[in-house]
Design a protein around this ligand. Structure first.
Ligand code: ATP
Length: 348
């Protein structure tokens, strides 16, 4: 994707996106509702023409081709199956359109049905299948054409929580078995972290950061990406001088905290962000009182009132109860400092 842009009237839903994807990669586009993920996917598939930019597949420019000539497999949130055709016929349809020989059609449909484990249900209509089974038909239909690229737009969001987790594994298994190249749109950070070789985080039509899941999770480049990655604890802090990238000491209401800036930061108000997972109870650190405890089996999510103002969340295995007084600390590499945005932020 070379500087691809898509506008609706004056509104830029996708701004100058540059991205290269290698064969065999599983790449997620991640971001909140309205950030332009589906727009990017629809531009790739050819359902939406570009306002500017180019799309290339290997050495062939494809943004000028209609969707059927790009030949990508698509899987949508609502399955988009033909309701009057059996599972088998839905899967076969793309092969008939491509004039694949009858013998090959039979073999490829049978392979696809067995890959999504639906052989027993081949003759059922979509209405006779569960949501998860319908999505398997949609996946089989997308892969049976042996596409150079599979595009998936929130394929699991209509399924219940347990089935979503199961289908994540199924999709990855199929991706790996067939050596597919997959672009996967989701607003679910856990899903993106669990499935992807690479995650692209978007906001308001602009790509914010791309990288391996560990990179985005541990080193979010700006506060928007950090918030999206679950850095829900925010503290107003100050620094003696404009922070340079690296370790630094910041002050929160008179208490010094060792922290990390991932980039150089200009002078001005700052925020320190950290994940509930990174909070530890210790002998020193910020004094706090336990407000509430939500038991979660291996660990608990604890809401804490900081003694000098503000509330934070911790995920800990320590046995604490509401009213307990504790000290909390966060190791410097997990306490990340960013410029404070001008607009108000929830949680501060
Ligand atoms: N046909 C259209 N006409 C006008 N605006 C549109 C159109 N399609 C999308 N938009 C706008 O473009 C922006 C990006 O939409 P898009 O569907 O790509 O978001 P998204 O990140 O996929 O969101 P969601 O997760 O809710 O599907 C939104 O503000 C949306 O209102």
């Amino acid at each position: 994707m070379k500087s691809i842009t898509r506008s609706f009237g004056d509104y830029q839903a996708l701004s100058s996106m540059n991205l290269s994807i290698k064969a065999g990669e599983f790449v997620s586009l991640l971001g909140p509702s309205g950030c332009g993920k589906s727009t990017a996917l629809n531009c790739l598939s050819g359902l939406l023409p570009l306002t500017a930019g180019e799309i290339w597949l290997d050495d062939r420019r494809i943004d000028t081709l209609p969707p059927e000539r790009r030949g990508f497999g698509m899987v949508f949130q609502n399955y988009a199956l033909f309701p009057h055709m059996s599972a088998k016929k839905n899967i076969r349809f793309g092969l008939e359109m491509r004039k694949v020989s009858a013998a090959d059609q039979g073999r490829r449909v049978d392979n696809a049905l067995s890959l999504v484990r639906l052989q027993q249900h081949a003759d059922k209509l979509p209405g006779q299948l569960s949501g998860g089974q319908q999505q398997r038909v949609a996946i089989a239909r997308a892969i049976v054409i042996e596409p150079p690229l599979v595009l998936m737009d929130e394929p699991l969001s209509n399924l219940d929580a347990a089935l979503r987790i199961e289908m994540r594994e199924e999709i990855l298994r199929i991706h790996q078995t067939l050596g597919l190249t997959t672009i996967y749109v989701t607003h679910d950070q856990d899903e993106a972290l669990a499935m992807s070789d690479r995650i692209v985080v978007m906001k308001e039509g602009v790509m914010q950061q791309q990288g391996a899941p560990q990179e985005l999770y541990n080193r979010p480049i700006n506060l928007d990406v950090a918030l999206f990655m679950g850095y829900r604890n925010l503290l107003d802090v100050t620094a003696a001088a404009a922070p340079r990238a690296g370790r630094l000491t910041v002050s929160h209401k008179g208490v010094d905290l060792d922290a990390t800036a991932l980039t150089d930061i200009a002078d001005g108000p700052l925020i320190a962000a950290f994940k509930p997972d990174d909070v530890v109870f210790s002998d020193s650190g910020l004094p706090a009182t336990v407000d509430s405890v939500i038991y979660g089996g291996r660990d608990s999510t604890v809401k804490l009132d900081l003694e000098n103002g503000g509330q934070i969340h911790a995920r800990v295995s320590d046995p604490v109860r509401p009213g307990d007084r504790v000290h909390v600390s966060v190791s410097p590499e997990h306490l990340l400092v960013y410029p404070r945005p001008a607009q108000p932020i929830a949680g501060l």
